[in-house]
Design a protein around this ligand. Structure first.
Ligand code: PM9
Length: 464
């Protein structure tokens, strides 16, 4: 199809730079001092010490001139802000849900949805856990059950739809606990913890059929679902000529509602929403949001934030934006693969995930290989990345023991519209340099562990 991209360079940026943010270059000694100070946790480093920030693609996008112009149109009325109605129109047009409740970010929406739909003792199946999503399910009395296909847990498996739900696993759960103990299935687009891996439309249609039969709603985590739609077009028969925005609508039309962290796909620095089609669920969410976020027409956001989000959604579904987004991530991934660096394949949409088990086979999982590698990359070059392995997985609430995920990964997450091709080259070279001296890297021990979402605030010391 005509994707309106540059024929000489299919992922060339569809924008030019009007303003730049200056970065500080640091010495190795400064970075060593900074990571020690941060307890070897990249979340606890200061951004002034970071050269290339690949911690997350969440809230780190560069907004467009039109989004900044939208900021000036903020209608900061307590109730009924004009910007809310613009956002509602954008969500209805591109995501297709009838009702919208804005929230300050994704986990605000997860809190509302979990409290409304989950009862004590319920089971919530999902295509791999996400940290905040699972925690809200647990806080509401539910137990998350992983029903993603086995391929997703194998970083070397190149199956094109590693985000698919395994219907046999789902059925086994439903048979065991009964459909009335399954309030919904939690379906994430472009599964983050699996490496940014999509589900197929074929799988979603089969899931829809199954869920209709058992009267189980499908609640989408729409955070990176436009990226999922892009992969459906690239990889699934029958979609190669369909605009990405139409594929997004088709996905949403097969689901009953969604939570959204607009800080990713939707190109804003803050914002999220809960959306659904059911009138009763909507009424409950509209009421509950007042308790946790703010009135139902602002949900913890300023009017200007909602305007930027409405415009961000419109930009996020364009072909040229998505081509540049996916192309840049792929460029980095291909450089690393060419150098023999073990990364999760297929290359995902929002990040490159280094397989720390294969990168550092001499470090036992109990000694946090991915955490150690993230710290080492920071020391090497001021690149800030994130652990996605045993630290992120946390402890089993029943046994109190460490969960030991098969995937022990370091995520190099690419913010949208922020870094250049030269930055990607620096990142690749730094990773390759660390790989060449990987035997020198030692593991860590955890010396402070907070109760919730420990990866954000845990502290470590090097093993002697
Ligand atoms: N994701 C990320 O960096 C930000 C914080 S957690 C380390 O990947 C999904 C799929 C997400 C996500 C956040 C949320 C929560 C829900 N679903 O951060 O609350 O990737 O806006 O969204 C992060 P908020």
């Amino acid at each position: 199809m005509n994707t309106q991209t540059n024929e000489h360079h299919p992922w060339a940026e569809p924008y030019k730079i009007k303003m730049v943010e200056l970065l500080r270059m640091t010495t190795r000694e400064e970075r060593l001092a900074a990571i020690r100070e941060a307890g070897y946790n990249t979340f606890l480093t200061r951004s002034r010490d970071v050269y290339i920030d690949l911690l997350t693609d969440s809230g780190t996008s560069a907004m467009s001139d039109r989004q900044w112009a939208g900021i000036m149109l903020g209608d900061e009325a307590y109730s009924g802000s004009e910007n809310f109605y613009h956002l509602e129109a954008a969500v209805r047009e591109f995501y297709g849900y009838k009702h919208l409740v804005p929230t300050h970010q994704g986990r605000g929406a997860e809190n509302l949805m979990s409290q409304i739909l989950i009862s004590d003792g319920d089971f919530v199946p999902g295509n791999m856990y996400f940290t905040t999503t699972r925690l809200h399910q647990e806080l509401a009395g539910g137990t998350f059950v992983d029903v993603i296909v086995d391929e997703a847990h194998d970083p070397e498996n190149t199956f094109p739809f590693k985000g698919n739900v395994d219907l046999d696993k789902l059925d086994a759960l439903v048979q065991e606990v009964g459909a009335d103990r399954v309030p919904y299935i939690s379906l994430e687009g472009n599964v983050n913890m699996a490496g940014g891996q999509p589900f197929s439309m074929e799988n979603l249609k089969a899931l829809r059929q199954y869920c209709r039969k058992h009267d189980i709603p499908i609640m989408l985590d729409a955070t990176r679902t436009i990226e999922n739609a892009w992969f459906i077009r690239e990889r699934e028969a029958g979609y190669s000529d369909m605009p990405v925005r139409k594929i997004l609508r088709e996905i949403c039309d097969l689901t009953d509602g969604c939570t959204m962290s607009a800080k990713k796909d939707a190109l804003v620095n803050i914002g999220g929403f809960f959306a659904c089609n059911d009138d009763e669920v909507f009424k409950k969410a509209q009421n509950l949001v007042v308790v946790y976020e703010g009135l139902h027409t602002y949900g913890g956001l300023a009017g200007r934030d909602m305007e930027a989000m409405a415009q961000g959604i419109r930009e996020s579904v364009t072909e040229e934006h998505m081509a540049a987004r996916i192309g840049q991530v792929r460029y980095l991934g291909q450089k690393l693969l060419a150098a023999g660096i073990p990364i999760v394949r297929p290359i995902g949409s929002h990040a490159i995930f280094i397989d720390a088990r294969r990168f550092l086979p001499h470090i036992d999982q109990e000694h946090f290989p991915a955490q150690s590698l993230a710290a080492e990359l920071f020391i090497e070059s001021g690149i800030r990345t994130m652990e996605r392995g045993i630290v992120s997985a946390g402890r089993d609430p029943e046994t109190g023991k460490n969960r030991k995920p098969k995937l022990e990964l370091v995520r190099l997450t690419i913010p949208r519209r922020v870094y250049t091709q030269a930055h990607m080259d620096v990142v690749a070279d730094a990773v390759i340099d660390v790989y060449h001296r990987r035997e020198e890297i030692r593991g860590l021990k955890m010396v402070y562990e907070p109760e919730y979402l420990r990866f954000f605030q845990a502290r470590f010391e090097p093993l002697t």
